[in-house]
Design a protein around this ligand. Structure first.
Ligand SMILES: N[C@@H](CCC(=O)N[C@@H](CS)C(=O)NCC(=O)O)C(=O)O
Length: 213
């Protein structure tokens, strides 16, 4: 958080932060807007104004209605499983610290304390609500896919809507093309995930990572 605040001169405390043409831009929505404006390359914004409005509405939906809830759920389960939490916390340490034997328990304690203080992840009621929100987002993803060609959320091209939905479902699906920060998820998270594996939305996330990442 300190680094993000420093790079964006106090404007943003989360990552990602993109440095582009001498400017540090925080928040993925603003980052994508800047990339569309300032760089040539495959467009993430549909050209058709009506499709663009729909794509931005879907970006906003997954950003607000999926992102915070899937994060809370993942941290909730990780925090309850000291063994997996320690593995993850050690992977996030800078190189030289990672190799010290005593670093594991300290990193776990620090990570555990931080995520509870920052996101209030310890409550069972909050975790149950997060599960409902993730399932509602999966329902919406599938409903939107049914409206179109089945491969894309808006139109027939990969857009900001596909990018946002697939990226934010990453902790649930954990596709092989994604970042490999999470060695394994705790058993209760696996139990939540298992019945979803055959859902069209879950499969779409796997396919989208395989084709576009
Ligand atoms: N809506 C923001 C969410 C960013 C976000 O939550 N980033 C996480 C890492 S993926 C973060 O930096 N968390 C640190 C914190 O919230 O303290 C975006 O799309 O950029």
């Amino acid at each position: 958080m300190a680094i993000a605040l420093w790079r964006t001169r106090g404007a943003q405390k989360t990552f990602p932060v993109l440095e582009l043409n001498g400017r540090a831009i925080g928040d993925s929505t603003a980052i994508i807007a800047a990339l569309e404006r300032d760089l040539d390359g495959p467009a993430l914004y549909p050209r058709d104004p009506a499709q663009l409005a729909r794509a931005l509405e879907l970006e906003d939906f997954f950003d607000e209605e999926l992102g915070p809830h899937i994060r809370l759920l993942a941290w909730h389960e990780l925090r309850r499983d000291p063994r997996v939490m320690e593995k993850l916390a050690v992977r996030m340490l800078p190189g030289p610290l990672r190799d010290r034997e005593s670093a594991g328990p300290a990193a776990r304690l620090l990570a555990s304390t931080f995520v509870q203080a920052r996101y209030r992840v310890a409550g069972e009621d909050e975790a149950a609500r997060a599960r409902e929100k993730v399932l509602a987002a999966l329902d919406r993803l599938e409903a939107e896919l049914e409206r179109g060609d089945g491969a894309h959320l808006v139109g027939e091209e990969f857009s900001v809507a596909d990018l946002t939905a697939a990226a934010l479902f990453y902790p649930l699906v954990n596709p092989p093309e994604g970042p490999s920060l999470i060695p394994e998820m705790p058993a209760p998270f696996e139990a939540f995930r298992a019945p979803l594996r055959d859902r069209p939305g879950y499969r779409w996330v796997e396919r989208t990572f395989a084709e576009h990442r």
